[in-house]
Every structure is written in structure tokens, then in C-alpha cells.
Design a protein around this ligand. Structure first.
Ligand SMILES: [Zn+2]
Length: 300
């Protein structure tokens, strides 16, 4: 082979050697999970960041370009991204990552969904007719999803399958240990009553045994109204059981939380819903560390 051809082949091959799998995640937690499994073999992008509401983003041209080049699309699914992903997929025109194909991975399809409405009635605010898509906040879900993702990545990039399986097994072991430690630390939280802004926390509450006693949104997806907040004020001014926290995500306005907090004395608490949602939540492990610290009053 002539030297020029060898050089050209090397140039073509080198970007592949750097990142063998291009992952486009809908939310930061899935990008982080892909990195735990793939390390330097993957290049990840996330469509949303922690300070954005993942229900609503714009299908920007930069996202379309990234999705066009992706080998693997990882989303929460269960209609969380229904407001923007279909448009992004149609503009990106990348058949590999379309639902039903090997490059499309829907995290919520692997776990038991909570809050599945018996009768879907969008007028009553059932914005998630397939159940809550916010599955990332139960670490047991993360175990199940990680196992499925390891195999999917191995299938998509068979040359590196052993590496994905090895790093994946290592992650699963460390994650299992972390779950045990979190469980010990969180046992005192069992039964804690909380008011939440949006029903984003079903899986976290289920895992920790927290009890949701009210939502600031009058119906899911509708911002808090004066009438509904007035009703909550009446309920929680005189209620002996009360609630211990008013919980919101970083992208939600703090006005309603603070309004109710000032009048009832129930502390308003910001919890990260994903990585980047607080200073402490820098990877999957510290996301849960930070959530527990905040709930245990060790950080504000
Ligand atoms: Zn939601």
C-alpha cells in the first residue's frame, strides 16, 4: 500500500479510535450512566441540563446536528420528551436512533412505572398517561436500567463489548454498595410528609418512604394558582401532622414554595432532579448523596 493511502486511512480511522459510540442523551443522568459504562469509548451530549424543564425545550439546530450523528439515543421516555423529541427526531433524520431501532433506548421502559392513571383525562392534568417518567431518582431503577444499557452498548459496538461489560460490572458493584450505605443513612426519613411542587419525585418518595401530602401545582403541569395556594395555607396552618418540607426542582419558580413556607413555617427545600441541579450533584453517586444530605438537613 502506498504511504499516502496509509496516511489517509489513519486519518479516517483516528476519530473512531477516540470515541467509538456517540451517545445523545435526553437528560444528564443518562449521559452520566453511559460514561460510567463506556468511559473514553463514548462521546456524550445531553439535550437538556438540570436547570431546564425536561418537559419543554426547543428543538435547536445544534441539537438536531448532534442527534443526526448519534449512534445511541437514551431518553427517560414515557412521554417525558413528547413535546420536543418527535420534532428533533424527524429533523435529524437518523433512522438508527428512531424508536424501535437498536439505537433507541428508553430508560423508563425497563422499570415499574409509578403514578399510572387509571383513566387518562388530560383535562385533569394527566400529563403523563403512561405513568411518571422521572424514574432516575430510585437508585434501584438505575441498577436495572444500567444492566440493560450495558448490553445495548455492547451490541452496538461489539469490538468493545468486553470493556463495556467490565466497566459496567464495576459500576454495578459500586452502585450496589452505595445503595446499602444510602439505605442506612436514609432510614430516619421513612414516613416524612412532604409537599412537592410538581409530581417529579414519585420514585424518590417510593424509595425513601416519604409521603406526598400535597402538590403546589393545582393539577400536574399547571403552575400554582392563588386559589390553590390559599387552600394549602388553610390545610397546613391548622394541621397537626403538617409537612416537613416543600420540595421543588431547580428549574421551578421558588415563589410558590417561599410564599407557603413563610406563612406556614414549613421549610422550602430545593432538591436536584438530576446531575448539575446543585453544586454537590456532579455525578450519579453525588446526586444521591446530595439529595440525602439536603433531606437530612446537612446542607441547604
Ligand atoms: Zn413530569
Amino acid at each position: 500500500m502506498n504511504r499516502h493511502i496509509i496516511l489517509i486511512l489513519l486519518l479516517i480511522a483516528s476519530p473512531l479510535a477516540q470515541a467509538d459510540l456517540r451517545v445523545f442523551a435526553c437528560e444528564p443522568e443518562w449521559a452520566a450512566l453511559a460514561v460510567e459504562i463506556g468511559g473514553k469509548l463514548v462521546k456524550t451530549d445531553s439535550a437538556t441540563h438540570a436547570l431546564q424543564d425536561p418537559h419543554y425545550i426547543q428543538a435547536r439546530p445544534s441539537l438536531i446536528a448532534k442527534l443526526r450523528r448519534a449512534d445511541l439515543l437514551i431518553c427517560s421516555g414515557a412521554e417525558l420528551e413528547i413535546g420536543w423529541l418527535p420534532q428533533l427526531l424527524s429533523k435529524a433524520n437518523n433512522p438508527n436512533v428512531r424508536p424501535g431501532n437498536i439505537g433507541y433506548f428508553e430508560a423508563s421502559s425497563y422499570v415499574r412505572r409509578l403514578d399510572v392513571p387509571a383513566n387518562v383525562d388530560r383535562a385533569k392534568g394527566d400529563m403523563h398517561p403512561q405513568g411518571s417518567p422521572h424514574v432516575q431518582l430510585n437508585p434501584h431503577n438505575m441498577l436495572i436500567i444500567a444492566r440493560a444499557l450495558i448490553e445495548r452498548m455492547a451490541k452496538l459496538d461489539p469490538d468493545n463489548a468486553d470493556q463495556y461489560r467490565q466497566a459496567g460490572a464495576d459500576f454495578l458493584e459500586r452502585w450496589q454498595e452505595a445503595i446499602t450505605a444510602w439505605k442506612d443513612k436514609a432510614s430516619v426519613l421513612n414516613g416524612t410528609r412532604v409537599i412537592v411542587h410538581h409530581k417529579s419525585w414519585a420514585y424518590l418518595l417510593d424509595w425513601l418512604g416519604l409521603v406526598e401530602v400535597a402538590t403546589l401545582e393545582p393539577i400536574p403541569g399547571v403552575p400554582p394558582t392563588a386559589a390553590h395556594l390559599g387552600e394549602l395555607l388553610r390545610m397546613f396552618s391548622n394541621q397537626q401532622d403538617g409537612a416537613e418540607y416543600i420540595i421543588r426542582a431547580p428549574y421551578q419558580s421558588d415563589k410558590a414554595s417561599f410564599w407557603l413556607s413563610e406563612r406556614t413555617g414549613i421549610p422550602a427545600l430545593l432538591l436536584p432532579l438530576t446531575i448539575g441541579g446543585s453544586e454537590g450533584a456532579t455525578d450519579l453517586f453525588s446526586l444521591f448523596d446530595d439529595i440525602l444530605n439536603r433531606l437530612l438537613g446537612k446542607e441547604s
